[in-house]
Every structure is written in structure tokens, then in C-alpha cells.
Design a protein around this ligand. Structure first.
Ligand SMILES: [Zn+2]
Ligand SMILES: [Zn+2]
Length: 357
């Protein structure tokens, strides 16, 4: 049944560096091959915040890519989706066929770089708007949300996927010991997923309150990162060296410290250094002779999607406790502000427009 859809909607529009405005814009038209989704929840993601703060992409755009909502109109030639379906969206999806995809380097795939969810302007996710248009090439990234789960849980599939992808890249064994630096929402997800995989997690953060949460998520040891003897305490905790270090906060010094606290043959994963140009000296002998691997992980792996959905929707990985702030779309400028300056009590910030249940 076709529902009445307005011609205008509200949206958070990026107009330049640190310039976000709530504006009235047209509701996107869809073609016969596309879907229109009424946004219910969209997470505020650090990668969008960086684009907004440093104006790394030209305005105007409507950001927001951790989106869950309800399908409200289905193009006449679209199969497999219906009005009223509750879904989580992925704004980009790899082709699975190109050279990069055959190497599982999905975020390097040329198709992956195209954004297939938009609320208008240059496609940029669009989740900070009332409606988004979903293009067919990202349909493989649409995940149905079970009736017993919240849209909010669907919105968190994307960040969970990026974390599981990072964990898989580390190739750890049960009983390994890993330091996760940074216990924001992403660091906490690492702590929880590593724990579920039988890895023992040592966690650190500058915010003491987060360390209590880390323990709830499974960390066996926690350290405040601004204590004078932090490096020394970590050295004692590492013993012969950590099997891996996950740097889940964009602090360059932690990469050097992490390299130093790894055992020979260990791996350091950079997860938060998404801005190019940060330079640091590294001991090349540590990489060659000590066989320490420096690796990065960025964005999601669609081949993990089913596993991610199962983890989250079964609540084996219960993401509900990760959301600390919920803002309406009209207050979305404040939502981005809170997420950009996390303090005690700030975890995942979401913009929420409709029912949560
Ligand atoms: Zn994200
Ligand atoms: Zn590809």
C-alpha cells in the first residue's frame, strides 16, 4: 500500500567546515529500480565528524551512514523488498569481482567508493534526513531487522562490522592477550568481540568511567592512560609482549608505545588513524627481524554481514548499552557536537526520529 509521502523534509546539511544547518530540502524522488526509506535512527560516526571539521569533501552534503529505518516506497521493478520492511542500510557495497575484491580489500574497490544511499546533493549517506533514496547497487547491503530488535541495533551493524573485520585481520588464537587502546564505542566493541573470541583484553582510556564499562564488556585489566607510570604498567602487563595491539583512538604516540609493547611476531592494528599525513618514526628492524606487523583496517566487510547480524540481533553482542545520547533530527547539530567532544558518559550518539522498538 502506497503511503502519502511529503514533498519536503528536514535534513542536517553540511555547508562547509564546521558549518551544519537544519534545512528543508526536497524528499528524494526514486526511480523504478530504487527504494525510499524513512529513516528511524542514524549513528553519528567519527569519520563523518572528521569530514565536517576538516572540510575534506566539498559541500553541500547530507551525511549519516549508520542508518536504519522502514522501507516506505518500492520501485516498480524492485524485487525482494516490501513497504514496511524494517531494515539496516549500507551506503556502499563492493562489487566482489574486481582485483581488490578478490584480495578482500573491499574498501579499495572502485564500486565500493560510490555511495548508494542519499538524501540529496552529492550522495553522502543521507541518514541525517527524514528520507533516503537507496540505489540498487547497495541492495546487497540491506539487512532486515527482526521484529524483536530495535532499529537502533540495526543502525549499529555497520560499526560492529568494521570492528569484526579488524579482529579477523589480526588472526588471533584463543588465549592470546591484546591491548585495546581507547574505549570509546569502537574500542568497547573490540573489547567485547575479542572477549567473545576467547582473547584476553587489556584496555586503556583517558576517561575512568569508560574503564568500568570495559570490564563489563570483558576486559581483564584496565589502565588510565594519563597516569604517570602508564607506559611502565603496560610493560608489566604485557609480560613478554602483547600478541596484538589495537589502536582505537587517533593518538600517534600510542602507535609507538604499542609497537614497543608487542611481542616478536605480534601485530598492531591502526583503526582510528583515518586522516592521512600523520608521520612517525618506526624501527624498521622491529618490523623485519622482530616480525612485527603494522596493519590498518577501514570500513566494513560485506562477507561478514550475516555473522554481524547474528551477533547483534541475538544480543550475544548487546549494543544497546553503547548508545549514550539520542537526539532528534532538529537537534542534530548538537548531536554532532556531543559526539565530536566526548567526555565522561559519552559513548555512541545517535539521531533518532521514530520508534526505537
Ligand atoms: Zn561509521
Ligand atoms: Zn570490487
Amino acid at each position: 500500500m502506497e503511503q502519502a509521502i511529503p514533498t519536503q523534509m528536514r535534513a542536517l546539511v553540511y555547508r562547509g567546515a564546521n558549518d551544519l544547518r537544519i534545512e528543508t530540502v526536497p524528499v528524494p524522488d526514486i526511480s523504478d529500480e530504487e527504494l525510499l526509506v524513512r529513516v528511524g535512527v542514524c549513528g553519528v560516526c567519527p569519520t563523518d565528524i572528521k569530514k565536517i571539521q576538516h572540510a575534506t569533501v566539498p559541500p553541500p552534503r547530507i551525511f549519516g551512514h549508520e542508518t536504519a529505518g522502514v522501507i516506505i516506497r518500492v520501485g516498480s521493478r524492485v524485487k525482494g523488498f516490501s513497504d514496511g520492511d524494517r531494515v539496516a542500510l549500507h551506503h556502499h557495497v563492493p562489487c566482489l569481482e574486481c582485483h581488490a575484491c578478490r584480495h578482500k580489500a573491499f574498501s579499495q574497490c572502485p564500486v565500493y567508493r560510490k555511495t548508494g544511499v542519499t538524501a540529496g546533493f552529492e550522495p553522502a549517506g543521507g541518514g541525517f534526513a527524514e528520507y533516503v533514496r537507496v540505489l540498487p547497487f547497495v541492495f546487497p547491503g540491506i539487512v532486515p531487522i527482526p521484529a524483536g530488535n530495535l532499529l537502533e541495533e540495526g543502525a549499529l551493524l555497520e560499526p560492529v562490522n568494521t570492528v569484526l573485520k579488524g579482529v579477523r585481520r589480526l588472526g588471533l588464537l584463543r588465549g592470546d592477550r591484546v591491548w585495546v587502546a581507547g574505549q570509546g564505542p569502537v574500542g568497547l566493541l573490540f573489547t567485547r568481540i575479542l572477549t567473545l573470541e576467547g582473547v584476553s583484553v587489556v584496555a586503556s582510556d583517558l576517561i575512568g568511567e569508560r574503564l568500568e564499562l570495559s570490564q563489563n564488556y570483558g576486559a581483564t585489566e584496565v589502565y588510565l592512560a594519563d597516569e604517570a607510570d602508564f607506559g611502565e604498567r603496560l610493560r608489566r602487563s604485557a609480560g613478554g609482549g602483547f600478541d596484538a595491539v589495537v589502536v582505537a583512538v587517533p593518538v600517534d604516540d600510542l602507535v609507538c608505545l604499542g609497537m614497543d609493547r608487542l611481542r616478536g611476531g605480534g601485530k598492531i592494528l591502526l583503526f582510528a588513524h583515518t586522516k592521512k599525513g600523520a608521520m612517525r618514526d618506526v624501527d624498521l628492524g622491529e618490523i623485519c627481524v622482530a616480525e612485527k606487523d603494522v596493519m590498518g583496517s577501514y570500513s566494513a566487510d560485506i562477507t561478514l554481514q550475516e555473522e554481524v547480524a547474528d551477533l547483534v540481533f541475538s544480543r550475544k553482542l548487546d549494543v544497546r548499552g553503547l548508545v549514550s545520547h539520542r537526539f532528534t533530527l532538529e537537534d542534530a547539530v548538537a548531536a554532532v557536537g556531543v559526539a565530536a567532544r566526548p567526555r565522561s558518559g559519552t559513548l555512541k550518539v545517535v539521531v533518532q526520529q521514530a520508534e526505537r522498538a
